[in-house]
Design a protein around this ligand. Structure first.
Ligand SMILES: *[C@@H]1O[C@H](CO)[C@@H](O)[C@H](O)[C@H]1NC(C)=O
Ligand SMILES: *[C@@H]1O[C@H](CO)[C@@H](O)[C@H](O)[C@H]1NC(C)=O
Ligand SMILES: *[C@@H]1O[C@H](CO)[C@@H](O)[C@H](O)[C@H]1NC(C)=O
Ligand SMILES: *[C@@H]1O[C@H](CO)[C@@H](O)[C@H](O)[C@H]1NC(C)=O
Ligand SMILES: *[C@@H]1O[C@H](CO)[C@@H](O)[C@H](O)[C@H]1NC(C)=O
Ligand SMILES: *[C@@H]1O[C@H](CO)[C@@H](O)[C@H](O)[C@H]1NC(C)=O
Length: 410
């Protein structure tokens, strides 16, 4: 590289200034700090048996601003609803297990726990609907028991998911934690594992914080996304650790726009990526991913959609990302399903990669939709390993990458 002269220096500071302006706008607009666990309204010890009604009664009668404290022991439960202003505190040493009785989650059509051409037959395990100021706190464990055989069956939730793939049908499995149409929801320090399906879905919600949350599910478990903000705004995912069998995080917009999202100071392991997509009709914008370490995964920074469910993805900034042993560290797809039809054309622009380091040789794919709607991005300080493959199609990328990444660990 040539040493930049003063004119070029000026150019570089201008780029940095623009990048930092982007950085300030493209994030959760709230001032988010580490949550605190509220005082408890009741403290419970788990018996190891089914405690659905005990837990639901405690949640329903807990005073506004307080939490139901699971102090110790194992609680088995069917679906639970957390009301507004109430929290569930699963303390260290306590385990809350999702029942393996599929009937408890059934929406009324006897679909839950079956493989069927029809899906969405189950209610979630823990649900917050139209709630304000609710939360789930740690440091205990919420165990979805995805790999445990279902009551009266010879298959686990994950077995159903594999069977569904073979048959090209759907597994009817519950989402572990679902937040719909809510405001100011917190997940703090809790350890979530073995989801039967997606772990945390945050739909049409304004104000969501996942702080210090661990999601730990085997990479072989199908359709087990970690955290999926869908049509949600003012979202922060900070100090989280996510390993799973599908997207670590997937930001979607099939029901409303997703914007003002910060993913910070987190560590991802196996999974299908820090993803945007695939349903993004209403658009995803103003996302910043900063200080992310990602290792041993199929995909890293991923944007995926196609013309059946595309939309505008813009004002996206990735800063200080280190990746190691990732097959596709940056993967941009505009024909995720190559057979898709429709006029929801994916358009990805205003994407910035700042201080990216990829320590192992890998494949980088930048596939825009067309020359009229190309993938538009800026690279700044992007270092990848020697022997990598860099493929672009319908892409307008400014800035350079350097094949000189060194170091063995992130
Ligand atoms: C996001 O947060 C900002 C700052 O608190 C607030 O002004 C804005 O209304 C919030 N947006 C939504 C959609 O809740
Ligand atoms: C359950 O499945 C196992 C193998 O997955 C098989 O060996 C066993 O015979 C099955 N039991 C019943 C009751 O179907
Ligand atoms: C980056 O994230 C890690 C957690 O993964 C954290 O320990 C560290 O303090 C963060 N660095 C900065 C500069 O915030
Ligand atoms: C690399 O990641 C894959 C999962 O994608 C894992 O199976 C493998 O063990 C990892 N290799 C090393 C050297 O850690
Ligand atoms: C992208 O960011 C710019 C500058 O902050 C802002 O003016 C524009 O409205 C944003 N676009 C979208 C779609 O959010
Ligand atoms: C697309 O269509 C081809 C030919 O019909 C088929 O072989 C392939 O599996 C399809 N791909 C997907 C992702 O549906």
């Amino acid at each position: 590289m040539k040493r930049p002269g003063s004119h070029q220096m000026l150019g570089i500071s201008a780029v940095l200034l623009v990048a930092s302006l982007h950085y300030t706008a493209a994030r959760d607009l709230r001032q988010v700090s580490e949550p605190k666990i509220p005082a408890s309204c009741v403290s419970l010890k788990g018996s190891g048996g089914d405690e659905t009604s005990v837990l639901q009664k405690a949640l329903s009668s807990c005073a506004n601003g307080r939490v139901v404290h699971l102090a110790s022991g194992t609680f088995v439960s069917g679906p639970l609803t957390i009301p507004s202003g109430v929290g569930l505190w699963v303390d260290s040493g306590a385990v809350l297990k999702a029942s393996t009785n599929a009937k408890l989650y059934d929406k009324g059509k006897n679909l839950c726990g079956t493989v069927n051409p029809v899906h969405h037959g189950c209610n979630p395990f823990i649900q917050m609907v139209n709630t304000v100021g609710s939360g789930i706190y740690g440091k205990g464990i919420i165990d979805g028991q995805g790999g445990v055989k279902l009551v009266g069956k010879n298959q686990s939730w994950w077995d159903l998911a594999h069977e569904a793939k073979l048959k090209n049908e759907y597994q009817n499995n519950p989402i572990l934690i679902e937040i719909d149409n809510s405001r100011d929801i917190i997940l703090y320090q809790v350890i979530i594992k073995n989801g039967p399906n997606f772990h945390v879905v945050v739909s049409l919600t304004n104000g969501f914080t996942a702080w210090g949350v661990t999601i730990d599910t085997p990479s072989t478990a199908r359709n087990t996304d970690g955290i999926d903000p869908a049509g949600s705004q003012n979202v922060t995912i900070a100090y989280c650790s996510i390993s799973t069998g599908d997207d670590n995080v997937a930001i979607k917009a099939s029901n409303g726009p997703s914007k003002h999202i910060s993913v910070m100071h987190s560590r991802f392991g196996p999974g299908h990526g820090m993803s945007i997509g695939s349903d993004i009709n209403y658009g995803v914008s103003d996302l910043t991913v900063v200080n992310l370490t990602h290792q041993d995964a199929v995909t890293g920074l991923h944007i995926k959609s196609d013309r059946s469910r595309g939309g505008l993805v813009t004002n996206i900034t990735y800063t200080d990302v280190c990746m190691r042993n990732i097959t596709n560290p940056i993967y941009i797809q505009s024909d995720y399903n190559p057979n898709a039809t429709g006029n929801f054309i994916p358009e990805y622009k205003g994407i910035t990669y700042n201080n990216i380091k990829v320590l192992t040789p890998a494949v980088f794919t930048f596939d825009g939709y067309s020359d009229e709607k190309p993938f538009r991005a800026t690279l700044h300080n992007v270092h990848i390993a020697k022997g990598s493959t860099w493929v672009t199609k319908h892409a307008k990328i400014s800035g350079n990458y350097f094949e000189d990444a060194s170091g063995r660990s992130c």
